[in-house]
Design a protein around this ligand. Structure first.
Ligand code: SAM
Length: 217
């Protein structure tokens, strides 16, 4: 077994299962996706540590447990169309691509979107579409989505995104101040955008969601 595989198995056991993540499909996928390829070569030995890591353009790849927590909240069975805001390294995108039917991911920084596209192609993730732009507008032409995951911290929930969710669809988004947020899971109940079930999954700290319905640059 290669050393990264060993590190991945340990990561899943001690950081993810031990904190209560149970979805067997998700656990399997996190044992498989090569997270070390999504970070700079100099950081590969830290890729399976219990923390976020810097990527290019002063952004971050999220802590493995947070990736697992957010993904589990979407309750994916394999048939879903999922929208991700904040492609970053593409690691979360790869996890979603393994667990859903199609993934649409939006990244505002072109260099990051390009890097993620190249790597996801090399790893044969052909069910992923990536677009450069302000994800707070969503991706109307491809909506509605069964799941929406926002991987940057927002001052409030963009209603544009809620409106692109199917009835019964789930959205997970960090909401709060610029330095700390709560991870919120929303389930859309009806056509009425005010009818949503809201659950607080706990505290977190993300880089800013920058855009029309996020923070100012
Ligand atoms: N999911 C990523 C991963 O696995 O590497 C981590 C993403 S990082 C924490 C947040 C990303 O959101 C950054 O790459 C940032 O450029 C992007 N971002 C911030 N505001 C955005 C917006 N309005 N639309 C699209 N992407 C945005």
């Amino acid at each position: 077994m290669d050393r990264y595989k060993k590190q991945r198995l340990r990561m899943v056991e001690y950081q993810i299962k031990s904190r209560g993540i149970k979805d067997p499909r998700l656990l399997k996928v996190m044992e498989t996706v090569p997270r070390h390829l999504f970070v700079d070569e100099a950081l590969r030995d830290q890729a399976y540590n219990d923390n976020p890591l810097p990527i290019d353009e002063r952004q971050t790849i999220s802590q493995p447990y947070i990736v697992a927590l957010m993904t589990e909240a979407l309750e994916l069975t394999g048939k879903e169309r999922v929208l991700e805001i904040g492609t970053g390294s593409g690691y979360q995108t790869a996890i979603l691509a393994e667990l859903a039917d199609r993934v649409f991911s939006i990244e505002r920084i072109a260099a990051l979107a390009g890097g993620a596209r190249k790597l996801l192609d090399a790893l044969h993730y052909y069910n992923v579409a990536i677009r450069v732009g302000d994800g707070t507008y969503g991706w109307k032409e491809e909506s509605p989505f069964d799941g929406i995951i926002v991987t940057a911290g927002a001052p409030s929930v963009p209603r544009t995104l809620l409106s692109q969710l199917t009835i019964g669809g789930k959205m997970v988004i960090p909401v709060g101040g610029r330095h700390s947020q709560s991870l919120i899971k929303l389930t859309r109940i009806s056509e009425d955008l005010n009818e949503v079930k809201k659950e607080d999954l706990g505290g977190c700290r993300f880089v800013d969601l920058v855009g029309e319905y996020g923070w100012e640059y």
